[in-house]
Design a protein around this ligand. Structure first.
Ligand code: MV4
Length: 499
């Protein structure tokens, strides 16, 4: 493949991830950055970088004109949007194409269709490969009309925003008497969040699994799936742990939903990577929920189990090449788990900004770290709180769990609180360990408890001291006390973590 100049229109770990694929393929990685990201690794590691504006993303990473200006100044041939920011804005994909550049993603039409949740439902319904949760066929803004539709569907129903995402404008309605009130609230919330109050209704699936199928297609009519990811460990609609294979679905269900996803993708004429999200109920009935038209945060889980580089494949198909593999080449091998590490107060679930005074990542067989952190890095207040992804692989699920525990215990981040203690507690949760969990796990069967510190936690203190030594000579346990006080081990006892 001819070397190209590829602008990564993103920041943080995913910018590094995409740039790595560019390097391996002989392409030239280029960067954009906001003033708050001047000292970020993605700038340092690029072969050319352009400032696109101020810290707040609306004035930088979300500014289409600025990003296109950067592409022109850096003489880019293509733009990879990563996830978030402009990745699912049809208007951006269109503008990139209009500027004569290659957009590393699906067509603007595909993005627009799937971005409108009702249009996505209609499209899938017409194809008939994937069942839909019973629901309305159109967007609603009239409360009486909506009430009538809700009674037809039967309670409980779920109200969802057409413009959707992140759980905003979403309400579960258990009975007729609650409907009008909750409808009004969902409508005004959606109006505020998306500038579009319209909602649609679905029958509420009581205890669902959130399972998604990774797909990728080229412009020569080839489409394949790379099996599923189980993403049911979520807190306030934020995924925390993802794994593959799903410990819940049967081989028969897996075959059915993966094959249905590929058929849908082929029929749409979809090109590039995408994810089909489904709800799976306790009887293994599955329903189409939405399609994400981008690379996802949790893609490493699929890369581990299938041995394929999804970003390289995205670049290949974006430049008109054929997929480098066929469906029969893809086997699910072993078990992978991803832990999203966020700078946040684990008790209050609040993001933390500030300086990372020390950082040390785990390594070894079956351990992958995707992160842009370095010692002294200042976490800006403007962006997502995710600062690292730890992904582990094991020959089976239990090996992955134990490797995950060991790797999390080997992770040191000082200066900011993280959710590492939450992960360690989840890895000791009986329902999680058995693999018998749904989207209701967090909040019902799992409650994070702030653990008492164990003062004699020598090993971790020593590691922290080494990591925090800065320019000073590291003298064994000299800085032990300070390190223990800074580290997350203050929050989770070692004994507790090992249990
Ligand atoms: C649902 C549902 C039950 N029934 N739809 C939450 C995120 C948004 N994308 C869709 N969501 C849900 N839709 C029907 N018809 C339950 C959820 C849901 C959920 C889904 C996946 C993961 C976690 C969740 C937590 C609460 C609710």
């Amino acid at each position: 493949m001819k070397p190209r100049r590829i602008l990564v229109a993103n920041r943080g770990e995913i910018a590094l991830r995409v740039m790595r694929a560019c390097r391996e393929m002989g392409h030239t990685p280029l960067a954009v950055y906001s003033k708050a990201d001047r000292y970020s690794l993605h700038v340092a590691k690029s072969d050319g970088a352009y400032c696109v504006g101020e810290g707040p993303s609306i004035h930088s990473y979300l500014d289409i004109d600025s990003v296109l200006k950067a592409a022109k100044a850096l003489k880019a041939d293509a733009i990879h949007p990563g996830y978030g920011f402009l990745s699912e804005k049809a208007e951006f994909a269109k503008a990139v194409a209009k500027a004569g550049l290659v957009f590393v993603g699906p067509s603007a039409e595909a993005i627009a269709t799937m971005g409108d949740k009702v249009m996505a439902r209609q499209t899938m319904a017409k194809l008939g490969h994937l069942p839909l949760v019973p629901g309305t066929k159109e967007g609603l803004s009239d409360e009486n009309e909506a009430f009538k539709a809700a009674k037809e569907i039967g309670f409980p129903v779920m109200i969802k925003a057409l413009a959707g995402g992140g759980g905003r404008g979403m309400r579960v309605v258990n009975s007729e008497s609650e409907f009008i009130n909750l409808f009004r609230r969902a409508f005004s919330e959606a109006q505020k969040a998306f500038g579009d109050g319209r909602v649609y209704l679905e029958k509420y699936v009581t205890s669902p699994h959130h399972i998604e199928v990774q797909v990728i297609a080229d412009s020569h009519g080839n489409a394949v799936h790379l099996f599923e990811r189980e993403c049911s460990v979520q807190r306030r609609h934020q995924k925390i742990i993802e794994e593959s294979p799903s410990p819940f679905i049967s081989p028969d269900t897996r075959k059915k939903l993966c094959e249905a996803a590929v058929r849908a993708v082929k029929d749409i004429g979809y090109v590039n990577a995408g994810t089909i999200e489904m709800l799976v109920d306790e009887n293994q009935n599955f329903y189409f929920m939405e399609m994400n038209t981008r690379l996802q945060v949790e893609h490493p889980v699929t890369e581990w189990t299938t041995g394929r580089d999804l970003v390289k494949e995205q670049l290949r198909v974006a430049f008109g090449e054929k997929l480098s593999f066929a469906q029969d080449d893809i086997k699910q091998n072993g078990h992978a788990m991803e832990f999203r590490i966020c700078a946040e107060d684990p008790e209050k679930f609040l993001p933390q900004a500030g300086k990372v005074t020390g950082v040390s990542f785990p390594g070894g067989i079956g351990v992958r770290v995707d992160s842009h952190l370095y010692r002294g890095y200042e976490i800006p207040v403007f962006y997502d709180s995710m600062i690292a992804k730890l992904t582990v692989w094991g020959r089976d699920r239990m090996e992955a769990i134990n490797r995950g525990k060991a790797a999390l215990m080997d992770t040191v981040m000082n200066g900011v609180k993280t959710n590492i203690p939450v992960h360690l507690q989840l890895l000791n949760n009986p329902k999680f360990v058995i693999g018998n969990y749904t989207t209701r796990l967090i909040g019902e069967d799992f409650h994070y408890v702030d653990a008492k510190p164990t003062p004699e936690d020598l090993r971790m203190a020593l590691i922290s001291a080494a990591v925090c030594a800065y320019g000073r000579e590291y003298k064994g346990g000299d800085r032990r006390k300070e390190a223990t006080e800074n580290s997350f081990w203050k929050q989770v006892g070692r004994e507790e973590a090992l249990r």
